[in-house]
Design a protein around this ligand. Sequence first.
Ligand SMILES: Cc1cc2nc3c(=O)[nH]c(=O)nc-3n(C[C@H](O)[C@H](O)[C@H](O)COP(=O)(O)O)c2cc1C
Ligand code: SF4
Ligand code: SF4
Length: 258
Amino acid sequence: MVGIYFSGTGNTKYCVNKFLEYYYNDINKVESYSIEDKRCIDKIKENSTVIFGYPIHYSDIPIIVRNFIKDNSMLFKNKSVFIISTMGLFSGDGTGCSARLLKRYGANILGGLHLKMPDCIGDVKVLKKSIDKNIEIIKETDDKIKITVETFKRQKYSQDGLKFINHLSGLFGQRLWFYKKTYKLRNKLKINYDKCISCGKCANICPMKNIRMIENKPISQNNCTCCYRCISNCPKKAITLIGNEVIEQCTIEKYTER
Ligand SMILES: Cc1cc2nc3c(=O)[nH]c(=O)nc-3n(C[C@H](O)[C@H](O)[C@H](O)COP(=O)(O)O)c2cc1C
Ligand code: SF4
Ligand code: SF4
């Protein structure tokens, strides 16, 4: 069994690894790969069961994840896939969005798990919580993962987000209102050059190679997947996307390494 994930600010990586850690009871057996890591292709081929994780973006799959599934559709034929979606508050059918796609490509969907984690939209005030509150949220999520793994071991798979009613709530609760929202945000990344010190960190860590250093200046190529990684890691808080000011830089280490 292998974990395959996309994670902008670390929440999903944390959850997929926790799932595998509880499953094996041995951290050394945990094997997980980001879809940014080329080795993930071979790892999917080698394993019959995949724990597939991603964050929810406006009750939908991030662009980078949808592209990954489509570009590698053949890999999922006959694979058993258990889907984990992480979210700041709510997603009707976060797991269902990829389940429908993966099923089309021949995957056997075992189940789904929705996990509440700290909200990572660092340039919008709504949903921001204290560090202590976020630590509490992660603790509750840990407990949910643990219980889910216990039942998973008995081949009873949780079905969060996979039922028809979830499809309706994802669609009418959010997707219709935010129709193709992340696609519309693709070219909206803002870099404040008065603050920027041209360190190049954003360009190095962007999973889409959307930021390029051109003549020592970071420039967005209008191909952003809205993952908030650069916004959360810029040493000068010079990058914003939805909002206009960085309120909090959200990375999982803030809550787990205290
Ligand atoms: C562009 C964007 C849209 C989001 N939309 C939702 C949403 O619809 N519902 C929700 O509960 N959380 C939403 N979130 C919060 C993330 O899903 C959540 O913080 C997630 O755990 C981040 O995971 P990561 O660190 O692995 O990227 C959104 C985050 C971003 C960046
Ligand atoms: S990480 Fe921030 S300071 Fe560094 S190049 Fe990017 S925008 Fe500029
Ligand atoms: S530009 Fe920033 S927010 Fe957009 S994909 Fe790259 S790292 Fe993520």
